[in-house]
Design a protein around this ligand. Structure first.
Ligand code: ADP
Ligand code: MG
Length: 378
C-alpha cells in the first residue's frame, strides 16, 4: 500500500485533515465579500486550506481565481499572472479563453497554447511604453466587472502576497488598496508566509495596505483532530497506532501540519503491516528525518552568529513561553546582556528562523528545534 501521508504540495480530499472551523470562517468571508489577510509561518496549510474552501464553493453562484505570486518578480509578471488566472478561471475551451481575454483586457495581447496535457492555456504579452500603471489598473478592475456582469460573487486569492514587496515600485500595493475599497462584491483573500514581511505590509502605517483587510492568523491543527486522521490511515494500511503514540508525535511536531505529515510518513515507512507503532519506532523515525536534514541544518547553524546560536539553544532547551530578555535566561545561556539577546532575536526574526508566540518566541522549524536540542557542541 502506498504511504498515505503527504508532505510538500497542496493536500486535498482524504489527505486534508479537519480545518472545519477555518473552512466555515472562510466560506462566511467569501459570502460577505470580505477582504482578509490569512497568514502563518511557512507550510502551515494556507494554500491547502484556501484550495479546499474554493473547491467547495457552489459554481453557479461564485467565480473564483487563485493567483500564486511566488514566481512573480515585478509589475509585469504580476499583471500577466493575474490576467491569466482570472481568464482561465472563467473559461473552459480555447475559444472561450481568447474571447474572455479580449473582453477583459484590452491593453494586453493574449495568445492561447496547449500545455503538455493538451489543455489550453493563455499567456499575455505587453505592448506598452512607460510605467505599467494602466495595465495594473485594468487587470485589477476585472473581478468587479465579472461580478457585475455575471451576477455572481467573486473571490480572488493572492497567494505569497509578500512577493509584491520585491517589486520595483509600490504601484501594485497602491492599486490593490484602492480596489479593496471600491469592490464591494468581491472577496479578496491575501495569503502570506514570511511573517515579518506580512506584518510590514499590513501593520506598518507607512505602507499603502495598512489595515486594508481583516486579519486571520492560521494556527496548527489540534491533537484531537490529528488522532482520528492519523489512526484511520494506519488502520486502513493494517497497521496500528495508539492514541498516546499520536500524542507523542504531535508533541514533537506541535501539531504543525507539514512536520506532522512528514513524521507520520517516516513512521509509516518503518512500521510493517500488522505491527503497532512504539515509542522506539517514533524515535527511529525522528532520527531518519534529522539525518536527512542534517546537512542543511549544519550549514544553517554555521551561518549564525554566536549569540544567535546561544539564543536558539536557550529556546530549544527551555519550556515554551520562556522570556529571552529576562535576566535569568540571559545568564543561563551566556548572552551577556538583555540587549545582546534583543539583537539576536531581531536578526533571527528577520530570517524567519523564530516566530513571536504570546510574548515569547518559538523556533519556526520544529525539527530544527529538536536537532539543536540534541546537539551538545557550540
Ligand atoms: N489540513 C491539512 N491536513 C493535513 N496536512 C496538511 C493540512 N494542511 C497542510 N498540510 C501539510 O502541510 C504541507 C504544506 O501545506 P501548504 O498548504 O502548502 O502550506 P502553506 O501554504 O501554509 O505553506 C502539506 O503538504 C501537508 O503535508
Ligand atoms: Mg502556500
Amino acid at each position: 500500500m502506498k504511504n498515505p501521508f503527504q508532505y510538500g504540495g497542496i493536500v486535498e480530499g482524504a489527505a486534508f485533515c479537519n480545518r472545519k472551523k477555518e473552512l466555515a470562517d472562510l466560506t462566511a468571508a467569501f459570502e460577505n465579500s470580505e477582504k482578509l489577510f490569512l497568514y502563518s509561518e511557512r507550510r502551515l496549510g494556507k494554500t491547502s486550506l484556501v484550495h479546499t474552501a474554493l473547491r467547495q464553493l457552489p459554481k453557479g453562484r461564485y467565480a473564483s481565481a487563485y493567483i500564486d505570486l511566488w514566481p512573480t518578480d515585478g509589475e509585469l509578471s504580476f499583471v500577466a499572472a493575474t490576467a491569466r488566472a482570472i481568464t482561465e478561471s472563467m473559461s473552459n475551451t480555447a475559444g472561450q479563453l481568447l474571447d474572455m481575454a479580449k473582453q477583459l483586457f484590452s491593453r494586453l495581447t493574449p495568445s492561447v497554447t496547449a500545455d503538455a496535457e493538451g489543455k489550453p492555456k493563455v499567456t499575455f504579452g505587453f505592448n506598452m511604453t512607460g510605467q505599467p500603471g494602466p495595465e495594473i489598473e485594468e487587470v485589477l478592475a476585472a473581478p468587479a466587472k465579472i461580478a457585475e456582469r455575471g451576477k455572481r460573487k467573486v473571490v480572488i486569492v493572492f497567494d505569497e502576497v509578500q512577493q509584491v514587496l520585491e517589486y520595483e515600485s509600490d504601484l501594485v500595493e497602491r492599486r490593490l488598496r484602492s480596489i479593496i475599497q471600491k469592490h464591494k462584491d468581491v472577496s479578496y483573500i491575501f495569503l502570506g508566509s514570511r511573517k515579518h514581511l506580512i506584518q510590514k505590509m499590513f501593520l506598518d502605517r507607512s505602507r499603502p495596505l495598512y489595515r486594508a483587510a481583516g486579519h486571520y492568523p492560521l494556527g496548527s491543527i489540534a491533537t484531537e483532530r490529528w488522532i482520528p486522521f492519523i489512526a484511520r490511515k494506519f488502520r486502513e494500511g493494517e497497521r496500528v497506532i495508539a492514541d498516546d503514540a499520536i500524542q507523542g508525535v504531535c508533541k514533537l511536531t506541535e501539531g504543525h501540519p507539514f512536520y506532522t505529515q512528514h513524521l507520520c510518513h517516516a513512521l509509516w515507512e518503518l512500521c510493517e503491516p500488522g505491527e503497532a507503532v512504539t515509542d522506539t519506532l517514533i524515535e527511529a523515525a525522528m532520527k531518519v528525518l534529522l539525518d536527512r536534514e542534517s546537512y542543511a541544518y549544519t550549514a544553517l547553524w554555521e551561518s549564525l552568529a554566536l549569540n544567535q546560536k546561544r539564543l536558539l539553544k536557550g529556546l530549544a532547551s527551555e519550556p515554551a513561553g520562556v522570556k529571552p530578555f529576562a535576566g535569568a535566561f540571559v545568564r543561563r545561556h551566556g548572552l551577556g546582556s538583555a540587549s545582546n539577546s534583543q539583537r539576536a532575536v531581531d536578526s533571527l526574526l528577520n530570517r524567519d528562523l523564530i516566530d513571536r508566540d504570546n510574548g515569547s518566541f518559538l523556533i519556526s522549524d520544529r525539527f530544527f528545534r529538536i536537532w539543536i536540542g540534541q546537539r551538545q557542541v557550540q
